[in-house]
Design a protein around this ligand. Structure first.
Ligand SMILES: [Zn+2]
Ligand SMILES: [Zn+2]
Length: 439
């Protein structure tokens, strides 16, 4: 679930509500558009009540927020889970381990240099916390008959349906990836008053002061590196206004047909192409075409891939010269659909002939960055194989070499409830695509 953020317009100061995934801010009052950019993760806080008298004495406790899909490959198959959680990043037992639904239930605010209070430092590395959160996440395996085997499995009820959840799979995985990740900080204000620690939002009791004895509770002031910068949405090449919706990560210039990815260092030009559509094309969806060699599996060409993964087709002669590419959806999708769409585009790549890109009005926003797509290659490879035993055991050794990425937009036609890609037969339900915007 997306959290809502109260954001001041950098131009006119008007209060705007934006979504967590938004990187492009369009002010409805003054019309100015800007990109939001920061050196690290975005930082928000749960605002204390209005008129807080001791605001300057508030201490802010860091929580890490992770949002994305976890994929886990083991002998039993590929399991996945949508993760959306906050986790305490400061070592003090007695503080709530998670913020639960509080960031969703109230509008969080962006941390600013002028926000009064002091900030406790993260005491555990983000990677370590993520690792722990993932390990504690129950993973669901698709295949029914594989669910009920194995003595470590446990049966639990989810809603009205009984599901089998494999808790132990994390210890025996062949590959694990966290994709589409948003990592941000959400700070919880606390009050240290007399002998007690109070929740700064609800004023409820957290612990007695002596329970935190030995824990430094001084905090530091706002670090200038946390500051979010606002950049004009102008094409770095020609100065034209760039196109894009709030949550897009790649913007295009309709004047010089360039595409730009929004990264920590600003705008970076993206090599992009498109497979031309026809009059029936309703929309273009972007895919990251990641070309790479995989020496551990001896996969260099598309023909190698067809043979190593035991596909039920014979490689054509020209496939031996076609470098193998993994086609990763460049937009967020529920994990199961992400795997299916990536597999369909990857297997159907020989039918695609991309050409230079020209900006058209119906390019769907790119919401999954190239770096995440590269991390998905092993998962899409696992999802595309027709024979697990020829690929899965080698996954821990798989390293990509000579990696290049190109953003390719593919044409989709409107089939009522679905968007359908004629070359690869990939089909995505319209609801699923809409829902993915909130992942
Ligand atoms: Zn404004
Ligand atoms: Zn331009």
């Amino acid at each position: 679930m997306d959290i809502k953020i109260e954001q001041e317009c950098p131009q006119c100061g008007a209060p705007i509500t934006i979504a967590e995934s938004d990187r492009l801010l369009s002010c409805p009052y003054c019309g100015v558009k800007s990109f939001m950019q920061s050196a690290g993760a975005f930082r928000y806080y749960l605002p204390p009540p209005d008129g807080e008298e001791d605001a300057a004495e508030l201490l802010y406790v860091p929580y890490l927020r992770f949002k994305g899909n976890i994929f886990l490959v083991n002998e039993a198959g590929i399991s996945h889970k949508v993760m959306d959680t906050t986790h305490l990043g400061f070592d003090l037992p007695g503080l709530p381990p998670s913020l639960g639904v509080r960031p969703q239930a109230m509008q969080v605010q962006r941390l600013l240099p002028e926000t009064p209070g002091r900030y406790l430092r993260l005491t555990t590395k983000a990677r370590v916390i993520l690792e722990k959160v993932i390990r504690l996440s129950p993973m669901r395996i698709e295949k029914k008959k594989q669910q009920i085997t194995g003595k470590e499995n446990d049966m639990v009820y989810i809603g009205s349906r009984m599901e089998t959840i494999e808790y132990s799979s994390h210890s025996r995985f062949l590959h694990r990836a966290f994709i589409g990740e948003t990592v941000s900080f959400v700070y919880l204000p606390i009050h240290v008053k007399d002998n007690t620690l109070l929740d700064g939002v609800t004023k409820s009791f957290l612990m007695r002061r002596e329970q935190a004895s030995g824990v430094p509770l001084r905090g530091a002031s706002f670090n200038p590196r946390w500051q979010v910068r606002f950049m004009p949405t102008l094409c770095p090449r020609c100065g034209w206004s760039l196109d894009g919706e709030g949550d897009c990560l790649v913007t295009t210039c309709s004047n010089c047909d360039t595409a730009w990815e929004l990264g920590p260092q600003g705008l970076k030009q993206v090599h992009w192409q498109m497979v031309p559509g026809d009059r029936g094309t309703a929309l273009y969806l972007g895919f990251w075409k990641i070309s790479a060699h995989i020496p551990a599996l001896d996969i260099y060409s598309f023909a190698d891939f067809i043979q190593r993964t035991n596909q039920a087709m014979l490689p054509k002669q020209q496939w031996y010269d076609r470098v193998m590419s993994y086609w990763i959806p460049a937009f967020k999708l529920r994990p199961k659909i992400f795997l299916r769409t990536g597999r369909q585009a990857t297997l159907g790549q020989w039918r695609l002939s991309p050409e230079e890109g020209h900006v058209v009005p119906n390019l769907y926003p790119v919401t999954l960055p190239a770096a995440e797509a590269k991390q998905s290659v092993k998962v899409i490879l696992a999802a595309s194989t027709a024979s697990r035993k020829s690929i899965f055991p080698f996954l821990p050794k798989v390293r990509l070499q000579d990696v290049t990425s190109t953003l390719v937009f593919l044409p989709f036609v409107d089939k009522g409830h679905d968007w359908y890609q004629p070359h690869t037969a990939a089909s995505i339900s319209k609801n699923v695509l809409r829902f993915g915007r909130n992942l």
